[in-house]
Design a protein around this ligand. Structure first.
Ligand SMILES: NC(=O)c1ccc[n+]([C@@H]2O[C@H](COP(=O)([O-])OP(=O)(O)OC[C@H]3O[C@@H](n4cnc5c(N)ncnc54)[C@H](O)[C@@H]3O)[C@@H](O)[C@H]2O)c1
Length: 333
């Protein structure tokens, strides 16, 4: 029975506690939040779970095997570091840390103390992303031309991180999982309109060869959109995460140059075949992910969404900030 301590019970923390509470093989030993109001909510939902406003109580408790860090980004490093120093495995929210240097320090500490680090890249455990990965791995889409994601809605405005650090980690982790190549450069442009924090941003990520990714994140959109296009040499795909059914549609569409003899005679032939919607597992992604965390802790396995994967995402976020400040200058990774 793995004993867990959860730090942070704001917006996302309750989802972590609910899933852990319902999973076999673990027990939520205690929940910590600085806010007494948050702890009242914990007591109401889970009368048997201990609560505290002091993170150090969880971090040093000999009863606790693993800590989930579900607090704002700028607190991840200190809390995760203290957990690892006290011999506890960690499940850390996305984005892993505020800098790559912090990420590297935690990775090193995890290795030294033989402890697991998992970064909550929730979407990697969704039925949709797992299905797309399968389509990529089986070569159904063919070599990827592009990944183009739109992740926009009105709010939730954050005061401590930009829309890039809030929403883009989802796309960057999905991209990392699907493309499996080391990105070469990042370009980011964006603006802030309300509270001095970037609220609209456009990122372009270059991969080796001619694979390119584009991510549009925006807190000032009148409608919520969660749509990703993946263009492959053989097939193209649209993933609309807001669709209750048929989230993924695969199109047998494409274009081919059939004659390159001189610019004026360029002949492009288009293919427009069938569309199909593969079946997508409906299980809650966070539940699948937390189950995997427990398995990794029990077996001593390194998760695929470990600290190293978290650091890859943070590196792109840092480069995006640099590029944004220079109004879209390309930053080599
Ligand atoms: N994986 C996902 O899909 C997903 C979704 C939402 C948020 N998140 C991530 O979860 C984290 C938390 O986001 P949120 O929206 O829940 O934020 P939030 O502000 O709603 O909640 C954070 C909570 O942490 C508490 N807290 C802060 N510092 C603390 C400390 N040192 N000790 C104890 N408690 C402390 C605050 O009182 C607050 O209740 C962020 O890293 C965010 O990026 C992930």
């Amino acid at each position: 029975m793995i004993q867990l301590g959860v730090i942070g019970y704001g917006y996302w923390g309750p989802n972590i506690v609910r899933n852990l509470h319902n999973l076999d093989g673990c027990q939520v030993a205690a929940v910590c939040d600085r806010s007494p109001a948050a702890l009242t909510r914990v007591r109401q939902a889970y009368p048997d779970v201990a609560v505290t406003t002091e993170a150090s109580e969880l971090l040093t408790s000999p009863k606790i095997d693993a800590i989930a860090v579900v607090t704002p980004v700028w607190t991840h490093f200190d809390l995760a570091k203290a957990a690892l120093e006290n011999g506890k495995h960690v499940f850390v929210e996305k984005p892993f840390t505020s800098t790559t240097q912090q990420a590297e320090e935690l990775i090193e500490l995890g290795i030294r103390n033989n402890l697991r680090i998992m970064v909550d890249h929730t979407f990697l455990f969704s039925g949709a992303v797992r299905k797309i990965r399968q389509l990529v791995d089986e070569g159904i889409l063919g070599g990827l031309y592009y990944y183009d994601s739109t992740r926009v809605n009105l709010g939730l405005f954050q005061h401590d991180v930009s829309v890039i650090w809030d929403l883009a980690p989802h796309d960057l982790s999905i991209m990392d999982f699907l493309i499996q190549e080391k990105p070469e450069a990042v370009i980011a442009t964006g603006e802030s309109h309300l509270n001095g924090v970037t609220d609209v941003a456009f990122m372009t990520i270059y991969f080796p060869g001619n694979t390119i990714a584009h991510v549009n994140v925006n807190w000032l959109s009148p409608v919520k959109v969660r749509t990703t296009l993946l263009g492959g040499r053989k097939k193209m795909l649209v993933w609309n995460d807001l669709e209750p059914d048929e989230k993924i549609k695969v199109y047998d569409k494409g274009a081919q140059v059939s004659n390159m003899d001189g610019r004026h005679e360029l002949l492009v032939s288009y293919r427009s075949g069938d569309m199909w919607a593969p079946r997508v597992e409906q299980a809650e992604a966070l539940k699948v992910e937390l189950q995997y965390f427990l398995e990794c802790v029990t077996k001593g396995d390194t998760p695929h969404n470990d600290g190293v994967a978290g650091a890859r995402v943070v590196k792109i976020l840092e480069a995006a900030d640099q590029s944004l400040q220079a109004r879209g200058r390309a930053i080599e990774l």
